[in-house]
Design a binder for this molecule. Sequence first.
Ligand code: SF4
Length: 631
Amino acid sequence: MYGWTGKILIVDLSNRKVSIEDTDINLAKKFLGGRGLNSYFLYKEVKNRIDPFDPSNVLIFGAGPLAGTLMPASCRFTVTALSSTTGGHGDANSGGMFASEIKYAGFDNIIFRGKADKPVYLRIDRKGIFIEDAGELWGKDSWDTQAALRKKLGGEEYQIACIGIAGENLARVASVMHGLKRAAAKGMGAVMGSKNLKAIAVKGFKPLKVARSKEFADKALKILKSHIRGDMTLYGTTGGVIPEVKSGYSPASKNLQTTVFEGIKYIDPRILREKYITKVKSCYGCSISCGRLYDVKEGEFSGLDGEGPELAALWSWGTQPQVASLPAILKADVLSNRLGVDCIETGNTIAFAMECYQRGILTKEDTDGLELDWGNYKTVHTLIEKIAKREGIGDILSEGVERASQKIGKGSHEFAHTIKGQSVSSDMRVKHGIVLGYATSTRGADHLRGLLIDDVMPVEYIKKNFGEEALKSKGVVGKGKAVRWIQDITTVPDCLGLCKIFYILSAGYSVFTFSDFAEMLTLATGEDFSASDVELATERIYNVERMFSARTAGFMRKDDTVPERFFREPTDGGSSKGQKLDRDRFEIILDDYYSARGWDKSNGLPTYEKLKSIGLDDIAEDTRKFTDNYL
Ligand code: SF4
């Protein structure tokens, strides 16, 4: 095969056995690779409502058919499992060098089944594939783990994905870490920890072949030359905070109680760049270099260094807990990365706990004597450690917002802002496109998939295809179709192993079309892909993920919603001050979305006929059984 390596590595941790299977070309064409194949495999492997930490859960790594090729930013891998935070479909994605190394080792996907009886790591190199003892790595943070493994294996060339202490302790907010980066979301690190799998170290040695190499290289060069680096190189994703600094409107503030944060001027990404950023850094094959290394040279946190922070970290450690100090935010960033927690779910959980404290639901007696006042960065730092170690109050908070609120009780659920069990980090109540994208995401609250963001969307494209009203923040007509389109187009890079920041976000959603991606795939794989083939594949993936979460977590229309606070309380800042989300209009755009997807409006699920029509006959039959049993 070209593009794809044609092989899948199966690792049976319970029996310490590895085996290799062929990648089914028909499945690869239907689901493209990366996230798409992972989602299909997850659907087939996990059939029932199980505890995410049950050994019958699987952990799947996937690199897409373009990962590791000459195509720019072909660096992303997806890790997929039954989510430890939501109980439904879970996956997370990271850049760096790991995806290309998986491909050079000869694999499209690695599927981990079962659970090792003691801590292990997987090693893949020229000598073979080995499940090794990880006793001496257990207890180390993610950066020390990678350094120790490289030293032990004698090679800087090994690319490593691992968990920190949070994953070992089954903190549901745990991430899978790679280099200084992370596949952060949906508790994938906790599932990895539940399998006693500390790390995967890969040193590839096989050539990767594309079918039409000359045309492929020409296409890659053309993209490289035409791509604009712009603000993403200067500020990384934190550039998103610059408009907030200018307007004073902060969408992720004080557990979403307000959209005003006076201290935002002190966490300006331009100050971050001037004072703390020392170098830019790239993932495999990327010309944007949105990664930035920082160094704190003076003050309380002098000597601190790391990579980032991302926009989400500025929200999680800055605006949400109201911390108006860049060095304190950088300290939280380092802690979260070393310990291996997702900054979004962890930061939101801390903000939720702070609101509980503000309202007297939690007191110092519950918090191990800590004062959970807004802006108290020392408390934020302590809580990150306690969460990763499941110590004291950290044991409850390590469960994430939804489950922590269930444990705390006392009416705290009113302030637990989640969608399908995953916490929300941003106010969206006056933007129907974002509301709909969040509400219908297949993996719970999600700022990365399918957000119809007013100021970056391709105006002419939306107008032409979905109508003028789809462009308006509070528009109704055409929103469903427009959100469906954004969800589908943003799925493609996840499947091919490309970076969404390069191909979608920094390109204003408009440069790369289904046709472009089809051309890249055709040149890489030698299989003929049309734009509609690629679009149809993304539709299949949305349907598979949807049905998986319905089966394992019971997610349906009732769960396609956003936090009650957005319906109940008007926003208090920015140009939309005084407005809240209208429930009737929300239900109308939700209906519109189901129509656009061809799903049953009564329950929000794909119909039998729909699934058959997109070539998912096996899943259509499951749906018939599922709906007979559950509805
Ligand atoms: S845009 Fe940023 S995250 Fe994406 S590949 Fe380039 S450096 Fe990595």
